[in-house]
Design a protein around this ligand. Structure first.
Ligand code: 5GP
Length: 129
């Protein structure tokens, strides 16, 4: 069980397969700690995913278990990619979905980086009723 009560890490998840090179990705940046690549279904002119290289299901797992150097390296990549994508002046959004209510589809911790347009409301209103 992961720290958050989510299922344990699944080595067959799509991001694990991308990290192993079994599935191609449009790479933006890579170092010892993290990999950044374009989302396959972009929801903004810039939509990049940043993933740590370790086997972490969620933000909670990652921050509880990863080495400090890996955590710092991951977040440095997020902001470096935002800069490299030309988003510093216009602004951007960092988002991470976790578990069922968060809408997490891929059970490998990741951050979405969105930019290139006005992104609107942070969270859609709850459905009526
Ligand atoms: P989540 O809902 O888990 O936060 O987001 C998962 C994201 O991964 C989605 O935005 C989805 O479009 C993206 N995604 C799913 N499969 C692939 C893939 O094979 N390649 C890439 N580049 N992105 C993927």
């Amino acid at each position: 069980m992961s720290v958050t009560g989510l299922p344990p890490y699944d080595d067959a998840n799509i991001f694990a397969r991308i990290l192993r090179g079994e599935i191609p990705c449009k790479k933006v940046a890579e170092d010892a700690h993290a990999l950044a690549f374009h989302d396959i279904h972009p929801q903004a002119p810039v939509h990049v995913l940043v993933i740590p290289k370790g086997r972490w299901v969620s933000a909670a797992d990652f921050h509880a278990g990863a080495e400090a150097e890996a955590i710092a390296g991951f977040w440095r990549m997020v902001t470096a990619v935002a800069k490299e994508q030309g988003l510093e002046a216009s602004g951007y959004r960092i988002l991470s979905n976790m578990g069922q209510d968060g809408g997490q589809e891929v059970p490998h911790f990741h951050v979405h980086l969105f930019g290139g347009r006005r992104l609107g409301r942070m969270v859609p209103p709850a459905p009526a009723g």
